[in-house]
Design a binder for this molecule. Structure first.
Ligand SMILES: Nc1ncnc2c1ncn2[C@@H]1O[C@H](COP(=O)(O)OP(=O)(O)O)[C@@H](O)[C@H]1O
Ligand SMILES: [Mg+2]
Length: 330
């Protein structure tokens, strides 16, 4: 549905996006994930046609759109504030693009009815945006693009300013609509949990370059680079003492859930001291030291773990086969 073929993007002399090639399938929920300033919005704006590419080609639905202006690309953008017209009703907001395109009154009425229906906001057609919940406003914003026949929707961090609870509901709303209506979604976020939970596939982007493209599980369970390992989820970088004790040759990263507290006579147990304990409801994080090296453990909360006290000595067991190894000569 969307192809980027060796696309690079510059602002002046600075190459903000290094040559990038990418295929996004029709109906896919594809996410660009990366830290603030890495170039995610720039890629989205290039797909939409608001930023020219320095080199390479962009294809949408097999059509080379590289040199087309934004309004001819047939992509919709859902902005963070939804950018609805406050003085217009829902129906007028959704009809606006069709009016500009000079469709007939009858055609506009039919198309708007249909899209309000499929996006689940038919009951709110005569309300102004201010009378709607955030989720309903989001549906209007999506309806406004889909009514134009657009099959590609771009989302630039639409949920980043929301409270955690509302954000969770809105994620599920976007996903449900996308699955039901089958449009192709390119979603930008810096929030790894949001990215993992919503996407069919993700691209992890850092400093203008691709770190890895894959499913949530591929990224989390088989990170291609130390950056992915630490940005998607969290990971302990094993220090020299732990590496030596575990026979690790290279940069070893270990996720906190692959460390357990065990009885001190367990095989291969490592002696550790508790530094701090963070109880966060279902999970507890324990900050430990092994021979002076910091290591973090995470487990489902139980009295045995949540009641650990700073200064206490414990024994640890590490799942060696879950260590992600980088920088080892083949
Ligand atoms: N219009 C612009 N002119 C010059 N530099 C820009 C412009 N927009 C963004 N940048 C720079 O490009 C880089 C990538 O920005 P952006 O794509 O907005 O990152 P992200 O969306 O991942 O936070 C940043 O270093 C940013 O400062
Ligand atoms: Mg951005």
């Amino acid at each position: 549905m969307i192809s980027l073929d060796n696309v690079s993007i510059r602002y002046g002399a600075i190459e903000v996006v290094k040559p990038l090639s990418l295929e996004i399938a029709s109906g896919e929920f594809f996410t660009l994930l990366g830290p603030s300033g890495c170039g995610k919005t720039t890629i989205l704006r290039a797909i939409a046609g608001f930023v020219p590419v320095a080199e390479g080609r962009i294809l949408i639905a097999d059509r080379d759109v590289t040199d087309l202006p934004a309004e001819k690309r047939d992509v919709g953008i859902v902005f963070q504030n939804y950018a609805l017209f406050p003085h217009m009703t829902v129906r007028e907001n959704v009809a606006f693009g069709l009016r500009v395109a000079r469709r007939s009154k009858a055609q506009i009425a039919a198309d708007v009815d249909k899209i309000l229906d499929v996006t689940g906001i038919a009951a709110h057609g005569d309300k102004k945006p201010a009378a709607l919940s955030g989720g309903q406003q989001q549906r209007v914003a999506i309806a406004r693009s889909l009514v134009m026949g657009t099959r590609v929707l771009l989302f630039d961090e639409p949920l980043s300013n929301l409270d955690a609870k509302i954000r969770d509901d809105m994620r599920r709303e976007i996903k449900a609509l996308q699955r039901e209506l089958g449009f192709t979604a390119v979603f930008v976020t810096h929030d790894q949990e949001e990215a993992l939970s919503m996407s069919d596939r993700l691209l992890v982007f850092n400093a203008g370059q691709v770190e890895q493209i894959g499913t949530a599980r591929q990224l989390y369970e088989s990170p291609a680079t130390p950056f992915v390992c630490q940005f998607v989820g969290s990971a302990n970088l094993l220090g020299p003492v732990l590496s030596a004790r575990l026979g690790v040759n290279g940069q070893g990263y270990l996720r906190p859930e692959h460390i357990r507290i065990v009885p001190n006579d367990a095989p291969d147990a490592l002696d550790a001291q508790v530094e701090d304990v963070d109880y966060v409801g279902p999970l507890t994080r324990v900050y430990l030291r092994v021979a002076g090296e910091a290591i973090q453990l995470q487990a489902f909360s139980s009295a045995a773990i949540a009641d650990l006290a700073p200064g206490q000595s414990v024994s640890l067991q590490i799942d060696r086969d879950r260590i992600n190894l980088f920088g080892v000569a083949a």
